[in-house]
Ligand binder design. Structure first.
Ligand code: UDP
Length: 323
């Protein structure tokens, strides 16, 4: 199939593009490069630079490539930034998403696999979290992703546009070629590895007074290769609807730091800092629906393996893609 990948120069989009190409699909990457990296685009893909916020860019790219399906990764994805500047989240993730849908409908592209997030649930009532929990986002990032789910739900109902929403927990790890490089970086695992690389003096723990066993936040870390595989299963199948993607086991911030100490052999000094606004104490997935309906089986559920792969990539790219 010919797949149109928005955000294919970003972290999750670059790895999914690599795996799609390995499986014999043809890929067109559409990315503004505002946050992505040209070097993160697999050389086997066709690259189109464009911005979803400009309807002309996406209309032209969709009309000239005529894909069989879309995978939509292009978005802003930082909780903290969204709390400071909500408008850019709604403009990029909702308005940009609607421009993408318009271009799909105009060009009769039938199917979209959408990168959604566990942040659409907000503070969960139950752990592990299943897909039917109430969606009450606690930050504009989660709200923007939920609003686009709503747009796709109505487009399914009224315009016959097929859609799958993959609600990710915490993506981590790397392939041999592609890894995580945000500027500025705000994610826990790369920041910890920056300490091991000597790029930072210590890692800040955002809050140690949460209601968790060691007081730090618990997250469900999922290997980027497993995430990409779930996208391919969702693309190639006929199912629609929402699927949580996580491993069902949570690790606290302190446990993640301990794992990094073990993998890197560095002592990684940690200091306690205030809580980060918008952070729920505990986010852990129930992903049985994805196992059952998508046939998804994570290959790398173990945090240590995820950390080893991330560490291998960061050692090879100590300054990210721009080095
Ligand atoms: N975190 C932290 N120090 C940092 C970065 C993150 O303590 O320098 C915590 C953050 O508060 C959250 C967890 O690590 O509880 C994962 O954060 P990340 O930004 O990686 O992903 P998110 O859960 O926001 O998607």
């Amino acid at each position: 199939m010919k797949i149109f990948v928005t955000g294919g120069a970003g972290y999750i989009g670059s790895v999914t593009t690599e795996l799609l190409l390995d499986r014999g699909h043809e890929v067109v990457v559409f990315d503004s490069l505002e946050r992505g990296h040209r070097k993160a685009v697999d050389e086997r893909a066709t690259f189109v630079q464009g911005d979803l916020r400009n309807p002309g860019d996406i209309q032209d790219a969709m009309a000239s490539s005529k894909p069989d399906a879309v995978m939509h990764f292009a978005a802003f994805a930082l909780v903290g930034e969204s709390m400071e500047d909500p408008g850019i989240y709604f403009r990029n993730n909702v308005v940009g998403g609607l421009n993408l849908v318009d271009a799909m409908l105009a060009n009769e592209v039938p199917r979209i696999v959408f990168s959604s997030t566990c942040a659409t649930y907000g503070q969960p009532e139950v752990i592990p979290m299943h897909e039917d929990l109430p969606q009450v986002p606690q930050n504009p990032y989660g709200e923007s992703k939920l609003q686009f789910e709503g747009i796709l739900r109505w487009m399914r109902e009224r315009k016959n546009l097929q859609s799958v929403f993959l609600r990710y927990f915490n993506a981590a790890g790397a392939t041999e070629k592609f890894g995580e490089d945000h500027d500025p970086e705000s994610h826990l695992i790369p920041l910890i590895l920056f300490v091991a690389l000597g790029r930072r003096d210590n890692i800040k723990i955002f809050g140690d007074d949460y209601e968790t066993p060691d007081g730090t936040c618990i997250r469900d870390y999922i290997h980027i290769i497993d995430l990409a595989q779930a996208h391919i299963l969702a693309l190639e199948g006929t199912m629609q609807g929402a699927y949580n993607l996580g491993n069902g086991s949570g690790y606290s911030v302190r446990e993640v730091i301990d794992t990094a100490r073990e993998v890197t052999g560095h002592d990684i000094p940690a200091v306690t800092a205030p809580r980060r606004p918008g952070d729920p104490a505990r986010l852990v997935a129930a992903a049985e629906k994805a196992h059952r309906e998508l046939g998804w089986k994570p290959r790398y559920p173990d945090l240590k393996t995820i950390m080893e792969h991330a560490w291998a990539w960061h050692q090879k790219h100590p300054n990210g893609y721009e080095a």
